[in-house]
Design a protein around this ligand. Sequence first.
Ligand code: PLP
Length: 365
Amino acid sequence: MNKIPMVDVLAWHRPIQKKLEEKAVQVLRSGRFIMGEEVEAFEQEAAQYLGAKYAISCANGTDALVLSLHAAGIGPGDEVLTTGFTFFATVEAIMQVGATPVLVDIDSETFNIDPVELERSITSRCRAVLAVHLFGLPAALNEIQAVCDRHGLKLLEDCAQSFGASYQSRKTGNYGLLGAFSFFPSKNLGGFGDGGLVITSDLQVAETVRMLRNHGSACQYYHECSGYNSRLDEIQAGLLRIKLQYIEEFNNDRRKIAEWYRELLQDTDILCPEEREEHIYHQFTVVLPSGRDMVKKRLAGKGVSSAIYYPLPLNKQRALAGLASEYELPVCEQLSEHCLSLPIYPGMTRGQVESVVGVLVKAMH
Ligand SMILES: Cc1ncc(COP(=O)(O)O)c(C=O)c1O
């Protein structure tokens, strides 16, 4: 059996490889590499696709979060509520603007922040909620917004894993004041290196992010504040413009693969993510009753990749020692020991999904 990786970017890109290569050559020959036509066009096209008034690109998803928090006025002394089960960058961004994360436990079915726990965790210093749409499934935004409204908190969205996912017919990133996206190559809209984006429909916030990403400057060599050097390259923007044209197909492909997994795993004791139309399956993450690490090893032995997102909840991370030792996040801890993400990417075949499931089911016994 051929090896099955978590993401096969070459298979994913095969149908559009020629267009990508032509665009790369076009940008190389243009001689313009920073803040040119491709970036401008990509920002307009991304804003239109996502349904936001403004889209501002930047160097990566972590910066998109930092720029969003900074533009939302979050800083030293403030606390920001977020999930205890996410990639470290979510809390890293909160700490980079000088604020303190408050970790909240998750819902065991969605892997996303639990709105009841969210409300119980609010302190007098909380200024905002940073909701994460983990694995491509939107968090419970209505309930989260209601908590924010009751307590005067700003809502920000970490959409690094949810490009194109909708919640009640609006794309994620539009629900809060700002939405932050990542174009890390494995993401649903994956680039060819690092890249990020902030969306908002608030003009003042958009102008602040635009200034911050370019050294606090709106007009060259005139600086309104101290900012960052966080720009998307022309070549990335050009290539992302091509992939953006196919994002609906890519996400539908992921949905179809998820359906295959669900069908083939239905008579096992492996828990699959529930079928939900808003899910875009950045990851297909199952919950195993026991023996997760052994199963992962057995899969690897048969050439099937799998990944543990995430092996350690944030309250157990050494980087947050002191701060996080006070948190008990039982659902995060339980899922971190039982979750396993299986290969999924546009272009993955039914035969490959059958192979993964065949090996997985055998590995369980
Ligand atoms: C939930 C989440 N937030 C933030 C990030 C950071 O994005 P980047 O790697 O582009 O900085 C990631 C990327 O892995 C992520 O998964």
